[in-house]
Structures are given as structure tokens and as C-alpha cells.
Design a protein around this ligand. Sequence first.
Ligand code: GRF
Length: 205
Amino acid sequence: MYKIAVLISGGGTNLQSIIDKVKAGYLDCKIEIVISDNEKAYGIERAKENDIYAVALSKKQYGDKLSDEILKISQERNVDLIVTAGFLSIIKGDLLKKFKNRIINIHPSLIPSFCGKGMYGLNVHEAAIEYGVKISGCTVHFVDEGTDTGPIIIQKSVPVFAEDTAEELQKRVLEKEHEALPEAIKLIETGKVKVHERKVIIENN
Ligand code: GRF
């Protein structure tokens, strides 16, 4: 069974979308573990409600060793793919090496716009509205040593209206995130995704 680990820091609506798609039979994988760097994350509740093993790794306790601990757990549990979904800690070190092109992230903009350091949550949507873009959206990408810089797998766009608040845009983008992330997982679990340098090639059949 294809096993995934989902890393969260907050509400976990993207985790919920994966849970729902597994239950619906759209995804043929097992959420082996949910790892949160915030013990108060509601996403932990979502995992428990669905009998999914969840663990909180305190940033205070693990500090620089957080990525090493995630690697240890992922290897012990034979995880095939790591999904960061609203996860705010930086992935680095051996975890990146041992899981090269096996860690994916969902970001709430059309990368390379409105991404990188400090670009998370509402900040992203505030920046997009401030700039006056006419479309925004979300990006699922592989995680590399940069911030939101890995090869892009899927992007989905939404319109941005002049009168939009950041919350309204966030809600519109989140709906697309909840489609894009399970779609990306399905492509990867069925072996349809190949990475060639910066390019992600997806088999059509
Ligand atoms: C989402 O916008 C996601 O793109 C970003 O974190 C936000 C919260 O995600 N990475 P979730 O509701 O905790 O899944």
C-alpha cells in the first residue's frame, strides 16, 4: 500500500481533502502518519477523528533537529511520499536528500509569484490583492532546498476581483488547493510523474 506522511501546522483543511479522497476511493494510499510542529493544530483532531496516527513534534524541543526526526519517523514507517500541507517549518538536511522528489508542498499562489520567505497564509493573498493581479491560484511543487522553489507539478488558477478581501481570495484559492493536492498525490502514487531538472513531465494516459 502506498504510504504518505502529511505534515501540518494548523487547521489541516488540505489534510482533510486528502482524508476525504482516500475515503472516496479516489486515492489508493494510506495516510500512515500526520506530523505537526504545533501541538494545538486542529489538523491533529482531524487525524484522530479518522483513526490516523498523529504526532506533534515541538519546535522548541527539536529545534534544528526537526527535519532529522521527521526523516527517522518516515523511514521507520516506510513512508513513500511526504506531503507538507500548511506546514510552516523548514525542511532541510538529510530529509531533503533521502526524500529527493518525494516531498510535495501546496502553496496558495501561482509560483513564482507571491512565494518565498514570509509568504504564507493571508500574507500571500494580501500581496496578490495589493499588487492588483487579475488571476491567482495555487501550486503543488516538489520541495527542494529553497523556499517554494522546487519543480512545479500542478497549478490551478482563480480570478481576483478588485473588491476582494484577502479572506475572500483565500477561500477561493483553498477550494482549488483541495482539488490540486489530491490530484498531485494520485499522479505520483500511480507513477505518472517524472522530473527532469526543473521540468515535471506528466504521462497523459
Ligand atoms: C493553505 O493556504 C496552504 O496553501 C498553505 O497553508 C494554508 C492552510 O492550509 N500552505 P490548511 O488549511 O492547514 O491545510
